[in-house]
Design a protein around this ligand. Structure first.
Ligand code: DSN
Length: 415
């Protein structure tokens, strides 16, 4: 029997894990799609459930020995239904991109049209960007936001009337505003389209009651479980009963093999956490913290895309400070602040060096940081951008960042 521990057997991998843990502890994680899971979620991820094959669904598996796996998967489904008010839930998608692909294959024929948001206006690669294989199979038409940064509903309706999409898709990865699901649904009903929302970024805010919930209204809703929802890295599809069989068949056997049941157990735990009253407070604080950043960056004279934020993230045009998104990301990294460079609407620069940075508050809020810390952090970010070629200044801010993070420890020793 192989009984070695990581420490005994592979100090090299252990060393990398330790360094990454230290990076997370000592830095300010502001990539809006990242978060820190609880020790309970980490325990489930590292559990013996990883050993088990369980193709199929609870009560209808292709392998023996699935009685406890069925318990775990059923629990995850029931908790997700409760959390979002869903009729049907599939917790097997390995992540957000495979969840979206499964929905397309479940509900579309090759050549069918999907109306989704343009990537530079906050959409997602899997919403039909030409570099994806889905764009070779289905016909994606892209809508945009208007000059005020709102979803241009009149234009969306005109495009829907013109292109007769089979699916109208909302839900975004860099869009910072609320979504008016009723209005989108009315347009979809007018043209006979299926409504789909990808709530990966805002699922936690919805679960915590801080943003509109499309699940009771829309036909299909996809999400990841690792962003604001603060669970393990994974995906999930919620849908009306009418689409349940097609969705389940598309996930398995259509696209995936054995589900990752250690991960599904971790999802069940994260959903239990999200059902607690504390999660409401947590998600309310995410939004309050983002509002402080909005105020500070306005004061510092930055252009906030979409005019500001209603959720956990900000997309900031940094070019008026004489710097691009790539340079800003690199300088912030040197100061211990992690963000990502990001395209802004109709960006004229390249995706590798776009005009913007995208940043958010979910991970810092998990650490317990509040309005006062956000004021300080916004000031540091501005200082980094204004002094991006001053290595001494960046090192000085990094020292201050480290001091702050010590007051908000993340994990008891795990590795
Ligand atoms: N990579 C995710 C994000 O950062 O928003 C989306 O897939």
């Amino acid at each position: 029997m192989h009984t070695h521990t990581l420490k005994e057997f592979d100090p090299i991998v252990l060393g990398s894990i330790k360094k990454e843990q230290q990076r997370q502890e000592e830095g300010l994680e502001m990539i809006p799609s990242e978060n820190f899971v609880s020790p309970a979620v980490l325990e489930a991820l590292g559990s013996v459930l990883t050993n088990k094959y369980s193709e199929g669904y609870a009560g209808k598996r292709y392998y023996g020995g699935c009685e406890f796996i069925d318990e775990v998967e059923t629990l995850a489904i029931e908790r997700a239904k409760l959390l979002f008010g869903a009729e049907h839930v599939n917790v097997q998608p390995l992540s957000g991109a495979p969840a979206n692909v499964a929905v397309y294959f479940a509900l579309l024929q090759p050549g069918d049209t999907v109306l989704g948001m343009d990537l530079s206006h906050g959409g997602h690669l899997t919403h039909g960007h030409p570099v994806t294989y889905m764009a070779k199979i289905f016909n994606f038409i892209r809508y945009k936001t208007d000059k005020d940064g709102k979803i241009d509903l009149d234009n969306l309706r005109n495009m829907a009337l013109e292109h007769k999409p089979k699916i109208i898709l909302v839900g975004y990865s860099a869009y910072s505003r609320e979504i008016e699901y009723e209005k989108i649904k009315a347009i979809a009903d007018e043209v006979g389209a299926i409504t789909m929302a990808d709530i990966a970024h805002i699922a936690g805010l919805i679960a915590g009651g801080q943003m509109n919930n499309p699940v009771p209204l829309f036909d299909v809703v996809t999400t990841t479980t690792h962003k604001t929802l603060r669970g393990p890295r994974g995906g999930m599809i919620m849908c009306k009963e009418k689409y349940a069989s097609a969705i389940d068949k598309a996930v398995f056997p259509g696209l995936q093999g054995g589900p990752h049941e250690n991960n599904i157990a971790a999802k069940a735990i994260a959903f239990k956490e999200a059902l607690l009253p504390e999660f409401k407070e947590y998600t309310a604080q995410i939004k309050k913290n983002a509002k402080v950043l909005e105020k500070k960056f306005n004061e510092f004279g930055y252009k906030l895309c979409f005019g500001g934020t209603d959720n956990h993230l900000l997309l900031i045009d940094v070019t008026m400070k004489g710097i691009g998104g790539k340079q800003a990301q690199i300088a912030l990294d040197k100061a211990g602040i992690t963000v990502n460079k990001n395209m802004i609407p109709d960006d004229t620069r390249s995706p590798f060096d776009p005009s913007g940075i995208r940043l958010g508050t979910p991970a810092l809020t998990t650490r317990g940081m509040k309005e006062a810390e956000m004021e300080t952090i916004a000031t540091w970010i501005n200082e980094v951008i204004m002094n991006h070629d001053n290595e001494a200044k960046l090192a000085e801010i990094k020292t201050q960042v480290k001091e702050l993070t010590k007051k908000f420890p993340l994990y008891p020793t795990l590795v």
